[in-house]
Design a protein around this ligand. Sequence first.
Ligand SMILES: N[C@@H](CCC(=O)N[C@@H](CS)C(=O)NCC(=O)O)C(=O)O
Length: 263
Amino acid sequence: MPYRIHHIPVCPFSQRVEILLALKGLSDTIEFSVVDITKPRDPRLLELSRGTTALPVMEVPGKTPLKESRVILRFVEQTFGERPVARQDPHEHALENLIVQREGPLGMAGYSYVMNQDPDRRGEYRDGMLAEYRALGDILVNYAPGDVFFFDEFGWVETVFTPFFMRFWFLEYYEGFDLPETEAFARVKKWRDACLAHPAAQQVSYDQIVKLYYDYAKGAGNGALVEGRTRSSFVFDPHWRHRPMPPADKYGVSATDEELGLI
Ligand SMILES: N[C@@H](CCC(=O)N[C@@H](CS)C(=O)NCC(=O)O)C(=O)O
């Protein structure tokens, strides 16, 4: 049995592992098996994850399967390749952890913002998002040895955060959110922009994120159906490339399956 990761292709947590493998030059080492989030989960997968539905899940030859992206990331880092991506010096790795431990709150702020359906609360969610970016910026200014990335090149920290920065294109499109062009956000913006542009992190595109996450913008996460629709924006067929860009006005408009190019 090979090493195999079961994943949802557009999932940010799986993209972390794909980025890590790209950085190590090992993109063919692990088999990726694609799961359709819009269909009931295969019972065999639930067995692998001991009953939880979140992916990725990694099969490890002869050993207990693993779940949770950061756990898998660490395992892949220690198991494969000559070139470590995380810092080997304990103090330098502690600095990496200082910023990595903010990934959960950042993800939460971004996903609750895009899923919000109450126009009166937009300011509150925007403030929450800015607070998270400000906290990242403060850590970068006070602790990062690098001028652009955390250290001198795209590494462990960037592997963890870049998939979220890419998902947050949905905030740009559906909420008109971007980082202010002010001194307070200059360091974190420089970092984020360099992460988005890095060649090892090009597994997804802007249009793909905007089209697939339409249902999140309408308050329905994880492949759930929006009221009045019969198909999720996460379906594989029709391919996202052949669908139009959805309406950006998430509060005023609810696009139909036809308008989204889903049937
Ligand atoms: N903490 C988990 C989160 C994984 C997660 O939320 N995955 C999403 C896809 S992006 C998922 O599988 N959703 C479907 C579900 O939970 O049933 C990790 O880091 O791996």
